[in-house]
Design a protein around this ligand. Structure first.
Ligand SMILES: [Zn+2]
Ligand SMILES: [Zn+2]
Length: 182
């Protein structure tokens, strides 16, 4: 490989200062990978860039774009994998989840708002909302239950049941929760 060929090759890429991707500007194939013609032979630009910088890719193995940008020819953004690994990473459930930037309710997965549970990310805002909701529900059930209990007790007392004295009556009126605790 002559220096001139290499020089010309690198002229076709543009560095993205944010992602660090070296975006291929010339031809791309239908899958979005850069293409380049060297000595009349068309090669994949990202494979070529990798092999020039980091050595030959063993037969049967593939290059995986860690940056998920197929047009990128930055050798540091690629890793040699088996074809199975590559498929798993590209379409697998975990990779889909990892690519998601927001939770299902639209809260962003920022470092502050993300908790790792096993290998899944959990949104803290959602978790807090969920906890508050179940707490409210529990309180509602408690209030309703104590009302029902109170009504039953009052009914029993006004019905002339002598099992309840005056003290139980006032307890029931002033503290609806008492009947639950007892
Ligand atoms: Zn990249
Ligand atoms: Zn959320």
């Amino acid at each position: 490989m002559t220096d001139l060929v290499l020089e010309q090759f690198w002229e076709h890429m543009k560095v993205d200062p944010i992602s660090g991707c070296w975006n291929w500007q010339a031809n791309r194939n239908h899958k979005g990978y850069g293409q380049y013609k060297i000595d009349g032979k068309t090669v994949k630009a990202h494979r070529f860039a990798f092999e020039v910088n980091r050595g030959k890719i063993p037969d049967g193995l593939q290059l995986d774009h860690l940056c998920r940008n197929r047009a990128c020819v930055n050798p540091e953004h690629m890793e040699i994998v088996t074809s199975r690994e590559n498929t798993m990473r590209g379409f697998g459930f975990t990779s889909l989840l990892a690519k998601r930037t927001h939770c299902k309710n639209g809260h962003e997965f920022t470092p502050e708002n993300t908790r790792m549970r096993k290998s899944a990310r959990v949104c803290r805002i959602c978790q807090r909302n969920y906890r508050n909701k179940s707490r409210k529900k529990l309180l509602q059930i408690l209030v309703i239950a104590s009302f029902v209990a109170c009504i039953v007790l009052l009914g029993a007392m006004t019905g002339g049941n002598s099992a309840f004295g005056e003290s139980e009556k006032s307890d029931c009126l002033f503290s609806p929760f008492r009947s639950l605790i007892l």
